[in-house]
Design a protein around this ligand. Sequence first.
Ligand code: NAD
Length: 498
Amino acid sequence: MRTIDHWIGGKPTAGTAHRVGPVYDPATGRQQAEVALADASDVDLAVQAASEAFVSWSQTSLSKRTGILFAFRELVRAHTDELAELITSEHGKVLADARGEVQRGLEVVEFACGIPQLLKGEFSDQVSTGIDSFSFRQPLGVVAGITPFNFPVMVPMWMNPIAIACGNTFVLKPSERVPSASVLLAELWAEAGLPDGVFNVVNGDKVAVDALLDHPDVAAVSFVGSTPIARYVHERATQAGKRVQALGGAKNHAVVLPDADIDFAADHLTAAAFGSAGQRCMAISAAVAVGDAADRLVETLRAKAAAVQVGPGADSTSEMGPVITQQSKDRIIGYVTSAEGQGATLVADGRTIQADALQDGYFVGPTVIDHVTAEMDVYRNEVFGPVLVVLRAETLDDAIALINANPYGNGTSVFTGSGEAARRFQREVHVGMIGINVPIPVPMAYYSFGGWKDSLFGDTHVHGPEGVRFYTRAKVVTSRWPHSETGGGASYSFPTSN
Ligand code: NAD
């Protein structure tokens, strides 16, 4: 059985833990590899390598750093298909979707290529007679990234290109279910000329995560995953004195107003709910149909859900692949069954996939459930599968109130022809990322990505300007170069300008 190792200090490293975990192909249900699971000593080795590398990397000129980022960008672009194939084989999403994920990750590298501009400080001349003041930002040291299974390339790339561009060194702990793409990214960083130890990968589970959260030489932690683990990571790492951004789960609502183009809305909702088998943190999982939009919307969704091509991600005719594990499949089916038991109406039922070829994989078909209420389990929990629930609201105000009462606040969208309604929606919802007739409003790399409420613990969003702020800290210098004849004149009162 193929083993996927760590990447520490510029080379593949087996580690000392002798623990391994299975890596499956979700389309067939077969184990395809095993992954090394780090213990605290493996994590310590990686942090040590990163600490040593920080000494010279943090002193490396902006021009040299930028040169490596440009080279990395070209290499990732050239290896897009290889990365996408690794994603599809371990995650299950269709290849076109996997390529899209690599593209969105690349956009962060392109943003990070502008690091000389992004790190420019401020300068004030003559703040007092003969005195200037200026600010600049410096890297933190060793920073860690802990990432989820659903974006094996994009989510790590939300973090490491910016952290590294800012002069930090990085230890990535990817999801143990999809480890291979991270190791290929490490190889590409090395090929781009990144010095050994600047980018490290430790594979593992909770043991590795806890070792990173507690390690005294890790200055900051970026986490993306489910809300309970995000909350835990935030609490434990801040307790250990680290800077933390921890992005959690989601329940993303799309409000459809009666004046919307219903066919357009249903088309986009179907793709946003069932793309990647609903395993996106920005997937639309709840449609809120306002007034008489509801019946028209549900009937259109019924037809569109039935038309989705479900199959292995590597098959170019597939539009939707499997979910990640048998446990995920069981959990999703359990929520659908509970909704039926609690009085909702199944419009499209994906619990049984009939095709023989799909029997062994972790497939769940597109599912639409109507007449869902805020009390039902399928609404109260993040299902993270191809399930779209429909709630009905009388007015836009009712829809906004429903969204604001939900504990999550990652993304949301509104479908309407009214600018007035859209503006009211964008101003009043308590959500971090908002789409107007755009179902999955993932910000471009030069904006920052992040939710509100239980979708994010910590103050800063990822990538974009907030990413640069997260991975650096500010210094302000007050500077005087006295002529010998104007020297002296020290005062015992608090300094004021003159
Ligand atoms: P997860 O929380 O199970 O795992 C995320 C990471 O935490 C993994 O690296 C995993 O090894 C580690 N981990 C798991 N259990 C742990 C524990 N008990 N202690 C310490 N570490 C632990 O999430 P997942 O299932 O891999 O990913 C799906 C989740 O991620 C969904 O909830 C989804 O909404 C969320 N997500 C959020 C965003 C966002 O931007 N807000 C983006 C992508 C995914």
